[in-house]
Design a protein around this ligand. Structure first.
Ligand code: ADP
Ligand code: ZN
Ligand code: ZN
Length: 731
């Protein structure tokens, strides 16, 4: 008999496939099935890519697979292809891509289908067996038999144990043929229940046009960009488009940003639909994730909602893919397999032949450019739903103003007026903690993180210096380590300091601080939202956690203390991201019947970017940014890849990237290597090499050649290096 070999993708950083012997006693698995193999001194589970009769590996070196776990592929063909495509596109090892795509428990060998429940029940003989005979001498067995006779559908072991019926007793009965241990089939994947729990809203003309456009493309690949201001009813369109998909017996996949998967998002879907909703996000345990994955794969769940990695959830009958807040940075994975879930969503829709709907009030420049070039169909919503009016923007010129803890007089007056009217105020400051700098007033010394090129943030309760980059914490010094002075002062503002100031200034108004520190406990955020909703006039102080997704109907004033740093920051994407943040925060204001006001404090009131953003709107702002990007051949008009290297040795990263740059062929432009903007982080030195190409295929081809050369470099194992295709932040 000819020998057969398995080609496997294994979770390993090596960019290669692995060959194993298929023992004669095992049936050849289909591509996409899981296979257990020895790997080093351990076992691993890999994904079968194919079965061959030849291998280039000398046979003495080959080991045999130990177990075939599946008789059918774990992932449907479209997802299998998506994973392979992503591995190529991001130049990432395929085994690790599968590792991201599959729930942890499946990677550990759990069955794909729900195994159903194992139960004890009586056999036919057990039903009829006389209880006045020999069995009377075994009272435990008698008791067990009688109990099971009362439960013709059988009982699960834990329940039997709770009646004091143990396994040896049951085994004895089994030996006599009186009871059996059976698997009851898992619930049949039924068609998703249809129908609405609550009626849809009647749509505005704009909403109606958008919905009809999406519905008209059922059953074909068609990308849409739904560009609608905050509160314009985008979610309502998702809900109604999903209803149409469910009506046709299909499933919808909805991706939301990490922060957007607050319980109320899911609640809104649950309130509308009868259909089962599978929810996948990091807050769920592995068992729950697997169950949700199974519900999606079997077709039982009509709707699948999840964060980034949910893009890899299999669907039995895909009908529509939605990416809400498509500009959100959390869709890009920032380490390991650095994929962009939005981009994969578009690719997946193409493979599944379904429409894909990207929605945002502040679309990414990439998606806007795609829409302007006609690759995506643009759907606009320019009015707020339910008659609410758009918030008005006003700049407060900070130059020469006297500031109290970062607040100008006009801003304080506006806050007072809002509270007096019984309404709520949202103060946005994108820095948690008390103050970003601890400074010696006598000699100018500043606290510095020992492991990073960064200043640690001063936090209080307990008072400590906390580096947000490496996580290290220490007690702040009492005396200046440089001159011994005790005049150490916190400089700059964080949420805690703003909280202190506002509490003292407006002692009667309840204050809610929303940032990573105040929401660490499970359910803390839900409780905060709840308290904010039931409060009367109140102050909300928070970071971007406050900016996204959530509606605060009583907020009529939004204050942005200082965004100059972000808007005019160093990274070429900084203005885009800051503009998105400003509009998202602003969108929290005046959602209900009362109009909202947004006050922006700035030292640069005449800056054209700011002017465009708040007067002409995001469209005009995006036009200017796109024009700048075009002139510089930056995305979306050029294509980037970033190679990062780091090491505890200060010289190595730069030297290594120099070698990488020399290994490169024409067709790419290389910028650098340069030390990273924060050269030292968590005790390691970091450097960057940015690669740029004018066309995507050129970048792809060059990277495919470059990566094996990098791997062959002598230092490739001595530095930590990574490749980031389409990097979102260059820090
Ligand atoms: P977005 O997702 O664009 O921020 P939402 O879909 O959340 O907007 O809508 C904002 C608010 O308006 C919600 O409270 C929603 O229930 C309501 N709404 C949306 N569409 C309509 C409509 N056609 N008629 C009445 N109310 C609507
Ligand atoms: Zn000093
Ligand atoms: Zn640090």
């Amino acid at each position: 008999m000819t020998r057969r070999f398995l080609q496997l993708a294994l979770p390993s950083p090596l960019r290669q496939t692995f060959d194993y012997i298929l023992p004669a006693k095992l049936d050849p698995p289909p591509a996409g099935a899981r296979v257990r193999v020895p790997f080093g001194r351990q076992e691993q589970i890999g994904i079968c890519l194919g079965v061959t009769t030849a291998t280039e590996v000398p046979e003495a070196k080959l080991r045999a697979a130990t177990e075939i776990l599946d008789s059918e592929p774990v992932l449907p063909a479209s997802l299998f292809t998506l994973c392979q495509w992503a591995a190529d596109y991001y130049q990432h090892p395929l085994g690790e891509v599968f590792d991201t795509a599959l729930p942890v428990l499946l990677r550990q060998g759990e069955p794909v289908a729900s195994p159903g429940e194992l139960r004890w029940r009586t056999t036919r003989l057990g039903e009829l067996f006389p209880t006045d005979g020999t069995i009377r001498r075994a009272p435990k067995q008698l008791e067990a038999l009688l109990k099971l006779r009362d439960h013709p559908d059988g009982l699960i072991p834990p329940l039997l144990a709770s009646f004091g019926i143990e396994r040896p007793t049951l085994l004895a009965l089994q030996k006599k043929g009186l009871v059996e241990y059976v698997t009851l089939a898992p619930p049949e994947p039924e068609k998703a229940p249809e129908g609405l729990r609550e009626p849809h809203y009647p749509l505005s003309a704009e909403q109606k046009a958008a919905l009809e456009a999406v519905n008209a493309r059922a059953g074909e690949f068609h990308p849409f960009l739904l560009f609608g201001i905050t509160g314009s009813g985008k979610t309502e369109i998702y809900l109604q488009a999903i209803a149409a998909v469910l009506d046709r017996g299909l499933q919808a996949l909805v991706l939301v940003p990490e922060i957007g998967l607050a319980p109320q998002t899911v609640a809104r879907f649950r309130a509308r639909f009868q259909a089962e909703i599978a929810v996948l996000h990091s807050g769920r345990n592995e068992r729950e994730r697997l169950e949700a994955w199974r519900a999606a794969r079997s077709g039982r769940a009509g709707i699948v909602i999840g964060t980034r990695s949910a893009i890899f959830t299999p669907l039995a009958r895909p009908g529509l893919i939605i990416v809400d807040e498509e500009h959100d940075l959390s869709f890009k994975q920032h380490e390991g397999f650095r994929y962009h879930a939005r981009d994969l969503a578009v690719r997946r829709a193409q493979l599944e032949k379904v429409p894909v709907l990207l929605g945002s009030a502040t679309p990414s420049l990439e998606s806007l450019a795609n829409a302007r070039q006609g690759r995506y169909q643009l759907l606009r919503l320019t009015e707020r739903a339910a008659g609410a009016s758009r918030p008005a923007f006003k700049l407060i010129d900070l130059r020469q103003q006297k500031l109290q803890e970062g607040f100008s007089d006009p801003l304080l007056q506006a806050i007072k007026g809002t509270l007096d009217r019984g309404e709520q105020v949202l103060v946005f400051i994108n820095r948690r903690g008390f103050a970003p700098v601890l400074l010696c007033h006598d000699c100018g010394w500043q606290a510095h993180c020992r492991r990073c090129d960064a200043r640690p943030t001063l936090h209080r309760a307990p008072t400590r210096l906390h580096c947000h980059h490496c996580g290290s914490e220490s007690a702040p010094p009492v005396h200046c380590p440089s001159c011994g002075s005790s005049d150490l002062r916190p400089v700059g503002l964080g949420t805690e300091r703003v909280e202190d100031f506002l509490r003292q200034r407006f002692p009667k108004a309840p204050l809610f601080r929303v940032d990573r520190d105040s929401t660490r406990r499970k359910d803390a955020l839900t409780k905060l939202y709840h308290d904010i909703h039931s409060a009367g006039p109140a102050l909300l102080v928070g970071t971007q956690m406050l900016a996204k997704g959530h509606h605060f109907p009583k907020v009529t004033l939004v204050a942005l203390l200082d965004i100059d740093g972000g808007l005019f920051g160093a990274d070429f994407r900084a203005p885009e991201h800051t503009a998105q943040l400003v509009l998202q925060v602003a969108g929290r204001a005046g959602r209900a019947d009362k109009p909202g006001l947004v006050l922006l404090q700035t030292h640069q009131p005449a800056h054209p970017l700011l002017h465009e953003l708040i007067v002409a709107g995001y469209d005009a702002f995006a036009d200017r940014m796109l024009e700048e990007r075009r002139l510089m051949s930056l995305p979306p008009f050029g294509y980037l890849a970033l190679i990062r290297a780091e090491s505890t040795d200060a010289e190595k990263p730069m030297a290594f990237l120099q070698d990488v740059a020399s290994a490169m062929e024409d067709g790419l432009e290389a910028w650098g290597p340069v030390p990273a903007p924060m050269e030292k982080r968590a005790g390691r030195f970091r450097a960057h090499l940015l690669l740029q190409a004018s066309r995507r295929p050129a970048l792809q081809a060059a990277l495919a050649k470059l990566v094996p050369r990098i791997e062959a470099l002598p230092d490739a194992r001595r530095v930590r290096w990574s490749l980031d295709v389409d990097p979102q932040d260059i820090t």
